[in-house]
Ligand binder design. Sequence first.
Ligand SMILES: *[C@@H]1O[C@H](CO)[C@@H](O)[C@H](O)[C@H]1NC(C)=O
Ligand SMILES: *[C@@H]1O[C@H](CO)[C@@H](O)[C@H](O)[C@H]1NC(C)=O
Ligand SMILES: *[C@@H]1O[C@H](CO)[C@@H](O)[C@H](O)[C@H]1NC(C)=O
Ligand SMILES: *[C@@H]1O[C@H](CO)[C@@H](O)[C@H](O)[C@H]1NC(C)=O
Ligand SMILES: *[C@@H]1O[C@H](CO)[C@@H](O)[C@H](O)[C@H]1NC(C)=O
Ligand SMILES: *[C@@H]1O[C@H](CO)[C@@H](O)[C@H](O)[C@H]1NC(C)=O
Ligand SMILES: *[C@@H]1O[C@H](CO)[C@@H](O)[C@H](O)[C@H]1NC(C)=O
Length: 432
Amino acid sequence: MNLRRIFFVLIGTSIIVFGGLYIYLFLTSSLKFKFIQGTTGIQIRKSSPYANMNTLLDRKMPSTVSLISCRKLFDGDPVEMNTTYKLMENLAHNDIKDMKYINLTQSCSSFRTMRRYITNPLDDVEESFPLAFSIVMYKDVYQAERLLRAIYRPQNIYCIHVDQNAVRGVKEAMKCIASCFENVFITSKLHSVRWGTISVLDAELSCMTELLQMHKSWKYFINLTGQEFPLRTNYELVKILSVYDGANDIFGSTDRKWHTRWKDAGKPPYNIRPLKGSVHIVANRDFVDFLINNRIAQEFYNWTKKTKVPDETFFPSLNHNPQFGVKGQYNGSRPPQEIRYFSRFKMWTHRTGTGCHGKIVRGICILGIGDLPFLRTSYNFFVNKFHWKYQSFALDCMEELYFNTTINEYEGIENFTTSVYENADIVKYAVK
Ligand SMILES: *[C@@H]1O[C@H](CO)[C@@H](O)[C@H](O)[C@H]1NC(C)=O
Ligand SMILES: *[C@@H]1O[C@H](CO)[C@@H](O)[C@H](O)[C@H]1NC(C)=O
Ligand SMILES: *[C@@H]1O[C@H](CO)[C@@H](O)[C@H](O)[C@H]1NC(C)=O
Ligand SMILES: *[C@@H]1O[C@H](CO)[C@@H](O)[C@H](O)[C@H]1NC(C)=O
Ligand SMILES: *[C@@H]1O[C@H](CO)[C@@H](O)[C@H](O)[C@H]1NC(C)=O
Ligand SMILES: *[C@@H]1O[C@H](CO)[C@@H](O)[C@H](O)[C@H]1NC(C)=O
Ligand SMILES: *[C@@H]1O[C@H](CO)[C@@H](O)[C@H](O)[C@H]1NC(C)=O
């Protein structure tokens, strides 16, 4: 008798508890979308009735900065800055070692879950606008993997070029990480990359060739190094690049001071006017196809081999010689060194004076926490560069901001407008 009563009381209580929980979940699901943490990482599905409470509550996915307030650092709060500088003096750095990556990736699904990769396209617009990335690196797997984790979306494709001369642990670890994703691969040919030589260009061209072969529908190509980090979410990149409508974002300068780079190389083929550019490019697929498969580009490649720092000549020259009528080229209405480009924020300290709140290595600012307020207001796509161990909260906070924004845009809490990009000269004067 008593047992039966207990049984019914238990059943009744369960109904009340689970019913209540169900109603609670239902009521709190006014959010447009739900996060599900499945076996393959963080899956985000539209209007899914299943919510994973842990992931929902922990909005700072996948990175959490607990010791200090990133928000205050982005606001430039001087007290928080002081506290953070103090804290960083004796901070232990908890990275993931190369061997550990090799171990963790023995089980890909637990690796993706543990590192909290986003394994669903977040949005139809993003899904139908896949991007192709190259990451050129030679050390520091931990930082490169954090970059990959930020920009990783299942609809995109990622080519990683690990330097031929990188230590074995780096090559192995990157291979293992790549093997956990269908859309991440290591180039089949590894070059030994030395600045100023054709090897830089070759690494990039290897990636481009394979990216064209392996994925038929990506729309834009972006090249990165392992020490860069996104300033725009994938959603924002897609919105901007939709507005670009094929325009390339490839800096070029006709300044005569660069002529020493090619004055001994003879006359360029097809009367191409050479320009000097930077190391960062954002190019549409047709243009990349032209670079790889067109005879003009191939002959020009042969010519650039004879120049100094060929990689900084090859892409900009082909982008700024509109006579070939390739989609996205810049038509030259205004001098190319006078217009605005967005692909990268990079602080060359010899050019801009100080302004760098981090430290200066070979003329480039390694960004610190004092640079965060500025970075938040930047319109650029990516930032160059961080050394994750140097003022480690700088990169940590960039990650927190990046993932916060990703979720906020996804939930419709934050909006993104593309007006700055719509009116850019590279877009207005692009070859259609
Ligand atoms: C990110 O979101 C969390 C939770 O909403 C918040 O506490 C934190 O301050 C945000 N970080 C930044 C940099 O905005
Ligand atoms: C920050 O620290 C410096 C040096 O320790 C000190 O002079 C300054 O008053 C501090 N500023 C704030 C806002 O705490
Ligand atoms: C990975 O690490 C765990 C715990 O440290 C260890 O037990 C396991 O043997 C390692 N696995 C491999 C494949 O090295
Ligand atoms: C991007 O490509 C250009 C052109 O080859 C090259 O000079 C540069 O090193 C690449 N940038 C990165 C970040 O790999
Ligand atoms: C480029 O140079 C190589 C080696 O000299 C040659 O085999 C190739 O035909 C050249 N390519 C073009 C398109 O002229
Ligand atoms: C974002 O834009 C939509 C549509 O224009 C608007 O309804 C919404 O209020 C905006 N949200 C925010 C947070 O500004
Ligand atoms: C470049 O494009 C703009 C806008 O389409 C056009 O007005 C201009 O004439 C073009 N300039 C050249 C040099 O073709």
